[in-house]
Structure formats: structure tokens, C-alpha cells
Design a protein around this ligand. Structure first.
Ligand SMILES: [Fe+2]
Ligand SMILES: [Fe+2]
Length: 229
């Protein structure tokens, strides 16, 4: 998304660029309960300088992108700050787009094919659980874990407890992915599957791949020093 698009809501900007919360705080812009409002409108209503705010948003976005560009294959060399920013941009960003897309597709597929393919009811239910679990998980990482990872000397006990929780949640997500795989017989399409059906399974497999890499980076690199397993 274009961070300076005039049609962006405040909530969409924060979801894309969590650092925006600092900028909004500075200008007294309510990004929580007022997150559904268009940023452009709020700037006008509160008589703020749009040029200034958009310039700061752009700068924050650029800083984050520059912080890890060119280091993609060097995850172990990255500082915890840079690696967590990378994970947030790449994998959390991916999930925030993919989860609602897949939910919509599965809803259509369930209606059209559920009668002849009863397993789709389980696919729908399991995916719904995975989606809800992951949505809270991403926020937990972004608000509780990433800000103290690497600077956690004083919060060592806290980060260790959080790491335990995070890894347990990864395992739960992994289990759901496994169940989805077995119910769908490795995402095999039935003979009467339509294009939407195919697209839904394709997206589910893509999400599984992305999630595996995502969890690998968190479990085995970012949080490995705090893990008790
Ligand atoms: Fe994550
Ligand atoms: Fe995670």
C-alpha cells in the first residue's frame, strides 16, 4: 500500500507501519478507537500539517525498508531489531493480506461445494481458528515481544516467558496446518473443483509455506537465545 494515500484509514496505516503509532501520538491523533477514520480527514479536522505528517510517515517507512535491504539471506547476521522489522514487514504483512483473502475464498467455496465435499466444513472451521489465533499472535509479537527482543537484559524473565508462549502458539498453528493438509489430502483438488476452489487451495498452500519460513525465523533465530526447548 502507498502509505501517503489520501484514502487510507488511520488503522490501515498503523497495520502497515506500526511505527506510525509514535507519529500519531506526537500529533494527538487517536489511532485506537478512532482508527476507522480517514487520516486525511482527521488531519483537516484537527488542523494539523498534512505535509509534515505524511513526510514523517514516508521517512519511517523508508528507514525500515533500508534497515534490512540487501540482507535478506543473512538472517543470522541481522540485529534483533532489523530481523524483527523484516519479519513484520514481510511475513506479518503477508498474513494481513492473505488471511482475509483466503477467508473470503473459503466462504464462497463452502457455499458452492460443501454439499458434495463435506470436508470443506472442517477446512473452513480450522482455517477460521488459525486466522483468529494468528491475528492475535501477530499483535502480541509486535506490541510485547519485538520491542524488547535484543534489549531485554532487564526484562529477561519476561522475554523468556513470552518466548515460551510464542513458541507454543507456533506449535498450535503448525498442528492446524497439518490437520488442513490431511483433511484436504495434501490440497488435492476434486474433479469437480472450480477456479475458486483451486485458488483457495493454492492460497492455503502458499500461506503454509510462508508461515513455515516465518516461524523458522522466529523460533530458530530471533528468539532462540530465550527459548527453553
Ligand atoms: Fe511473527
Ligand atoms: Fe510468531
Amino acid at each position: 500500500m502507498n502509505i501517503t494515500d489520501k484514502n487510507n484509514t488511520i488503522g490501515a496505516v498503523v497495520a502497515e507501519l506500526p511505527k506510525a503509532t509514535e507519529i500519531f501520538k506526537e500529533y494527538g491523533i487517536d489511532y485506537c478507537c478512532g482508527g476507522h477514520r480517514l487520516l486525511a480527514n482527521v488531519i483537516k479536522e484537527q488542523n494539523l500539517s498534512g505535509d509534515e505528517i505524511y513526510a514523517k510517515l514516508q521517512q519511517a517507512e523508508e528507514e525500515r525498508r533500508n534497515s534490512y535491504s540487501g540482507q535478506e539471506n543473512n538472517f543470522k547476521e541481522m540485529s534483533p531489531e532489523v530481523l524483527s522489522a523484516y519479519i513484520e514487514d514481510t511475513h506479518h504483512g503477508y498474513l494481513r493480506k492473505a488471511l482475509p483473502e483466503i477467508a473470503d475464498l473459503l466462504n464462497i467455496v463452502l457455499r458452492a461445494h460443501g454439499k458434495n465435499h463435506k470436508e470443506l466444513f472442517d477446512v473452513y472451521r480450522l482455517f477460521g481458528k488459525l486466522k483468529a489465533d494468528l491475528e492475535q499472535h501477530l499483535v502480541k509479537e509486535e506490541t510485547l515481544v519485538f520491542p524488547i527482543v535484543g534489549v531485554a537484559e532487564e526484562d529477561l524473565k519476561e522475554i523468556k516467558e513470552l518466548t515460551h508462549e510464542i513458541i507454543t502458539e507456533h506449535e498450535a498453528a503448525g498442528e492446524i496446518l497439518g490437520e488442513l493438509r490431511s483433511i484436504t489430502k495434501d490440497y488435492q483438488l476434486p474433479a469437480d473443483a472450480c477456479g475458486t476452489f483451486a485458488k483457495a487451495y493454492e492460497k492455503l498452500e502458499e500461506m503454509e509455506q510462508d508461515l513455515h519460513q516465518h516461524i523458522h525465523l522466529e523460533n530458530n533465530i530471533l528468539l532462540v537465545q530465550y527459548s527453553d526447548r
